[in-house]
Design a protein around this ligand. Sequence first.
Ligand code: ADP
Ligand code: MG
Length: 296
Amino acid sequence: ESIISKIAAGQIAVSPSAVLKELIENSIDANASKIVVDIVSPFEFKVVDDGEGIPLEDLPLSVERFATSKIFSIDDFNRLKTYGFRGEALHAISLFSELRIKSRYFNEDIGGEIFVRGGEIVDYKPITFSGGTAVSVSNLYFNAPIRKREISKAEKTKMKAVIMDYALANESIFFKVGDRVFYPSSLVERVKMVGITNFKVAEGRFFIGFFKTSFEGKSGKVRKIFVNRRPVIVKEISELLKKLMIDEYVLFIDVPPSSVDVNLSPLKDRVILKNIRNILDEIEKKVDTSLYKFPS
Ligand code: ADP
Ligand code: MG
């Protein structure tokens, strides 16, 4: 491993919640309609999906850095619709854990299993597998004791928050997390399902939910911005909403992939929006004219 790739990997696999986020994104990118998450501890968890699967011969590539990058030219950045695109997440996770992937590609008869420990492929073989993909992470940070010690008690809560974000933004996907189940629904219904109630909605080019009252079990303020269903930080928007005295919000902005650049940080949580001025104007207009209505 080069120093550069280790640093990049360290940033991707920075915490159990960051690792879980990558696995859930991969399931969604594989067009899963069903995602089941099982968390034993922050160092041992599993994501199972019914997505398209990974061809047996591609399994070793999936854990190799950049081997599966979906980007072939600069132009492709503009067409990106998937959460992942750099082909470095599974590799990064494999460097810090024992990673087991079982999968069967949708149009192949035989499935495959690969077991990688600290970046080394320990086992790789064909298996019979019903379909989709099961990714298990165990012994996370077994080889990074300092990092392991830094993972706090709050990490499990962060992991649940990650799942909530993706369940929220992907309302047509069935999610199961422990004994919580989210059935496919409308966006408004899904917002309610994750526990956000008492909100007003402005729909149009954007979907905006503003709310003032708190709901049971909520910890802290709910302030969420999704761009093309990706949970992100957009400083200009959060500052505007603060200025408008919108204390809590869930904001979905869907724009053409060509007008958003997500390649700013390894965590892909910061974006640049090309038409930010228009977007800010539109948000302000919606708030000002009280266009929002209560959801039915
Ligand atoms: P990226 O998502 O940036 O392409 P990853 O390292 O996250 O890179 O994943 C590498 C590749 O492994 C993906 O491009 C995809 O082809 C495959 N893959 C990973 N997880 C899954 C999954 N749950 N279902 C199907 N394919 C997957
Ligand atoms: Mg990915």
